[in-house]
Ligand binder design. Sequence first.
Ligand code: ADP
Ligand code: MG
Length: 252
Amino acid sequence: MNAPTAILSAHDITVEFSGFKAIQNLNFTLNAGELRFLIGPNGAGKTTLLDSICGRVKPATGKVVFKDGTELQRLQEHQIVQRGIARKFQTPAVFGSLSVWDNLALSLRGPRNLLASLRSRLSGQQHQEIDKWLNVIGLQEQVNTLAGQLSHGQKQWLEIGMILVQTPDVLLLDEPAAGMTDHETDALGKLLQNLDPHQTVLVVEHDMEFVRRYAHTVTVMHEGKILCEGDMETVQNDPRVAEVYLQRRVEA
Ligand code: ADP
Ligand code: MG
């Protein structure tokens, strides 16, 4: 078996908000083609780690390296998207006053504005591409529905579709199963497992049943650091993991 190749790595990054260190000297590596789950109690810094990969926040120190050495912390958010890293936010960010179709069309790699993504202007291949993903996300019947009228779960699917049409190399998904029914969550897990094997996925998730079912490698964060990493069994049997989750429960 070939040794895994790193596609993305964070080197000693620290992210500060007015002096508060949301991430502290964190080191993290994602291997090409893997499906990785990132868990940890609320406030652990999971979203901030995704933010520092996609350029939404800039680390005060350290670097984030992509593929052959591109330092992402030097780039703007849109430049990072162009390099093939797509991000799904914790709260679905769809265009509520546009139809499902228009949301997907706008997310295609080519069109940069609404006019260019009008149906009449898209190529046959682009139409097929959108139809393919509509099918995958199960929103064929809602194709003309305004995104703002979708249920929370459907909005999640739409945003996942908006990422998939970009055919990114790396997908960063922040709690994609939130608001989904058990059936939808299951479909999402299967979808993530069956993506193109060259695509790399990092999923932040708090539904432990979901993680247990679909995760190969799990990274646990706590207080801005990586607490431990390994398969689900290793992580579950790590007393430090039990402690940080228990601690939260006692506080709650
Ligand atoms: P998680 O996603 O693991 O729940 P976050 O990354 O959202 O955690 O947050 C980590 C810590 O950083 C929390 O204490 C949070 O309050 C703080 N934080 C996140 N974003 C900001 C911000 N923009 N300004 C100030 N503090 C923030
Ligand atoms: Mg979060």
